[in-house]
Design a protein around this ligand. Structure first.
Ligand SMILES: NC(=O)c1ccc[n+]([C@@H]2O[C@H](COP(=O)([O-])OP(=O)(O)OC[C@H]3O[C@@H](n4cnc5c(N)ncnc54)[C@H](O)[C@@H]3O)[C@@H](O)[C@H]2O)c1
Length: 331
């Protein structure tokens, strides 16, 4: 998180200060940007301010930053979209509803310059659809973060049908200064990269537990202690290289026809929706929770993120290759 270079002259806006908007603000402050944040819902503003500084304090405790005080003067929170005027980039992070996002774009575009890059943190709405609501749509793209945005290395950039590559390249380059390992998707495919991967796995895990073949605990243990032990180092294709490739032809041939291809919401998830289960947020989910247990998972995830953030940096592709060069130079 300390590899950022000077971005102090580049003001960035964030609109919507819920869970992710606050976390994105913290990430941008740590990177060194002055941030103009818009909280369209009045009571959110005070909560957001507290949440942002709580997150910055986590980073202080983890030794990732040396002070939180300097960020107070770099952050400006307002309800007034006009404060976005100097921004070179604005990231929209409001609720996942097209009718709300489209109204928000009207307000953003009337406040900023025609060349200001506008990005959406949407998880699932196609960028090409959202961009039709933006004046000068060529500067609009997906900038998809993972929670907690100030810790995770992930950042997914997606071009819509009308996005000009220079704007995407600009965000790709800035993302490195935000301490990210960005991906750049030139075509707007549903679910982008990450959600397509995760949802293909989700489909299979529901199939397994609904068929009675495995328990939730079995599924989670398999994922944590198999994939979880190598994933951050090598991803999937390099993992296949690492394991020698020779058996995959046979295995894929045998296993692909066995995998779930369902196109409907699994009944277990349908029940969660009907019961208004929110998992760790209301101690009601796919697992049973004691009161307050959800909060403990949330805290554990915060600590875990501090460690994995550092681990991912130690084993970045660049560091692994540098090690190889070092070994070559010695021999
Ligand atoms: N939560 C995640 O882990 C996650 C991950 C990736 C992407 N996203 C995406 O980020 C966006 C925000 O998600 P979140 O989890 O922060 O949601 P959230 O519910 O925590 O916050 C949404 C914010 O939207 C704003 N908002 C609500 N109604 C509004 C209105 N009528 N007009 C203007 N603004 C309004 C408010 O500021 C609110 O705080 C969504 O598009 C979501 O899909 C979320």
């Amino acid at each position: 998180m300390n590899e950022q270079s000077n971005v102090a002259g580049i003001p960035v806006g964030v609109v919507g200060l819920g869970l992710m908007g606050s976390s994105i603000v913290a990430a941008l402050l740590i990177a060194g940007h002055p941030v103009k944040a818009i909280s369209p819902i009045t009571p959110d503003a005070q909560n957001a301010y507290e949440r942002i500084f709580t997150q910055l304090n986590y980073c202080l405790e983890a030794g990732l930053i040396d002070s939180v005080e300097k960020f107070r003067s770099m952050l400006h929170i307002s309800e007034d979209y006009a404060t976005l005027a100097p921004c070179e980039v604005v990231i929209e992070c409001v609720i996942e509803k097209l009718e709300i996002k489209s109204e928000v774009y009207k307000k953003i575009t009337s406040a900023v310059s025609p060349s200001c890059i506008i990005g959406s943190n949407t998880s699932a709405i196609p960028i090409s659809d959202l961009q039709t609501y933006v004046a000068n749509p060529e500067r609009f793209l997906g900038i998809h973060w993972a929670e907690p945005a100030f810790m995770t290395r992930f950042l997914e950039i997606t071009c819509g049908n009308q996005t000009t590559a220079t704007y995407a390249d600009r965000i790709f380059s800035l993302a490195h200064r935000w301490g990210k390992e960005p991906t750049l998707l030139k075509k707007d495919i549903r679910g982008f990269i990450t959600n397509r991967l995760m949802y293909s796995v989700y489909r299979e895990i529901f199939h397994q537990i609904e068929s009675g073949n495995a328990t939730r605990e079995d599924v989670d243990k398999a994922f944590r202690y198999d994939a979880g032990s190598w994933m951050t180092l090598m991803g999937l294709f390099r993992r296949m290289d690492y394991t020698g490739l020779k058996d995959y032809g046979t295995i894929l041939n045998n296993i692909f026809p066995q995998l779930s291809n369902t196109e409907t919401v699994p009944p277990i998830m349908q029940k969660m929706v009907t019961d208004a289960a929110r998992g760790v947020h209301n101690d009601k989910g796919l697992y049973p929770y004691e009161p307050g247990e959800g909060k403990q998972w949330d805290e554990a995830f915060t600590r875990f993120n501090q460690e994995i953030h550092q681990l991912a940096a130690n084993y970045s592709e660049e560091n692994v290759k540098n090690q190889l060069n070092h070994t070559k130079a010695k021999s």
